[in-house]
Design a protein around this ligand. Sequence first.
Ligand code: NDP
Length: 259
Amino acid sequence: MNFKNCRSVLVTGASRGLGLQIVESLATGGFSPGKIIATVRNPATAQRLQELAEAHPNIYIITLDVVSQESIDKAAEEVGQLLQEEGLNCLINNAGINVVADFQTVTAEMMVENFRTNSVAPLMITKAFLPLLKHAASRGGAGSAGGMGIHRAAIINITSLLGSVELYWGERANTFKWYPYRTSKSALNMVTRCMAVDLESEGILCMALHPGWVRTDMGGQEAPLSPEESISSILSVMGELTEKDSGSFLHYTGEPLPW
Ligand code: NDP
């Protein structure tokens, strides 16, 4: 993991699952960022996160319900006061939901619900935190002559291989017939690519990362990867990102995935 030159990281959905593991692995890893901002929609019930924050003073818990614009704006203001001119180096859009429905059962409401959390929220959160990302990008990054990456300013959207249109064909098309989830992650992939194009000139990297199939509430207990294994791998991938990875869609192992 190479977070040596990354001063601040913000993670959404840090109450449990992969978001919580990102916070824990960053806090206990060799090079812990100066500030780890763990956002959750209900801090009172995020007990494990509260315990971690008590043990690690560089964890800051901020309330953020990703589908509420009011909550997003309030969180951006609070984080702005915390980081000030230093800005934000790394924004990880991790919070997500899986509204399971196939062709027979899917409704318009289910589609919209999944889109709001998985595709729309990362876009609106990025817009709200953009001034802080720009501050960090304009400082050029610690220990480097510029370039792009988490040492400077980066947006990591936690997506899924299930959002790949190209991979969903033939034998694979018999599995996971989840309309709301799959399409919401395909849309997130396009949001990622659009933002990468729009923010490149600001020196802000934007990419989509698949964490693998992981044993969380969403992934289920039959998944092959533990949260520790997935996060150790994706933090290594994040630490190595450079300008060539802007606009990419990567597997947790670092290999490119087809859109
Ligand atoms: P979990 O269901 O275990 O955790 C989801 C997290 O998202 C929780 O912290 C939850 O908070 C949060 N969340 C959901 N809605 C909101 C909201 N409106 N505001 C704030 N937080 C919210 O899922 P995972 O940890 O497994 O998944 C994390 C990400 O990884 C997701 O984007 C998922 O799609 C992706 N992913 C996961 C895979 C897996 O195998 N696990 C595979 C591929 C992708 P709360 O506790 O308040 O509900």
